[in-house]
Design a protein around this ligand. Sequence first.
Ligand SMILES: [Zn+2]
Length: 162
Amino acid sequence: MKKYQIGDNRFVVVKNTKDSPTVTIVENGTSKSIDFPFKRWVCLTRVFLPQVEEAVKQLEAGQEVKYQERIGGKVYVSVTSPYACIDLREFYWHPLLGERPTRRGIALRMHEFKRLVEVIPLINTQHPALEKTPLCIESAQHQTQESAMNCMECYPYQFEPG
Ligand SMILES: [Zn+2]
């Protein structure tokens, strides 16, 4: 396990275990945290990070921003003006209202997000397993269309009613 500080009481924790290698962003002493299985973390860092950085730039320039993307599973990243934060949060399916946010997640302050961006190359260098992790869409599950359609990472709401 390795810990990287990104704020006063906030850390990125990398657990490279055999069963479920996970990157967690956590606030010490509270229940605020969000887990990323490696394949979801690489999706955030390789695919969405440049978009989030762009949204943050627009936010800092005082523009109206309404950025939200599903990273993988039911976890979303969002930047919404005028709130000066980057929200990483798990959602759930409400039968009437559709996708709704849960309390599981963490809203990074701007300086914490910038620190996170700075430590990502270090995290990658220190965890070759992370660098070798393919994006979900490049993995064996996506070799055939049928198994791809069953992928809970990419189609997390497939068993939800409505
Ligand atoms: Zn997938």
